[in-house]
Design a protein around this ligand. Structure first.
Ligand SMILES: Nc1nc2c([nH]c(=O)n2[C@H]2C[C@H](O)[C@@H](COP(=O)(O)OP(=O)(O)OP(=O)(O)O)O2)c(=O)[nH]1
Length: 128
């Protein structure tokens, strides 16, 4: 049973993507690395949610978003979007330990929530 719907944003610049480390206070995946994103609120589309989250979490305005795919397991689902056109520069805003640009080919070497691995696999196959 899927219980939580989330949207995540892969901010892409050349061969790199912007990843952040989750707070140690999080009940789910503390200290894991992730793409910025979060829960889709009631009444919101996934596109609306990711634009809101990207502004709240890393301070960018998404200009173009491309749907990369949808994944789910028993606990949650994620809609992943690639964002390669945006205003501002992503930076840490709230609740994260660190953020940095990571080469797409190296993204799996971090500790990631399980559904983020197939997201990265799709990313590598689309942007190789
Ligand atoms: N932000 C984000 N979430 C991800 C990724 N991969 C993945 O499976 N998820 C899942 C795990 C998260 O619990 C869920 C929703 O993100 P979230 O950060 O809002 O979840 P949360 O439970 O920490 O909620 P909150 O404290 O922020 O309110 O999506 C990812 O790369 N980035």
């Amino acid at each position: 049973m899927t219980i939580l719907k989330a949207a995540i944003g892969i901010i892409k610049k050349g061969d790199s993507v912007f990843m952040c480390q989750r707070s140690l206070q999080k009940s789910t995946y503390p200290g894991f690395w992730e793409y910025p994103g979060g829960k889709i609120e009631p009444g919101e589309t996934a596109e609306e949610a990711i634009k809101r989250e990207l502004y709240e979490e890393v301070g960018i305005g998404a200009v173009d978003i491309k749907h990369l795919g949808y994944w789910e397991n028993d606990s949650y689902s994620i809609d992943a979007f690639v964002v390669d056109n945006y205003t501002g520069e992503p930076s840490i805003k709230e609740n994260q330990i660190a953020c940095k640009w990571v080469l797409i080919k190296d993204a799996d070497s971090y500790k990631l929530p399980p559904l983020t691995y197939p997201v990265n696999e799709r990313l590598r196959s689309v942007y190789k």
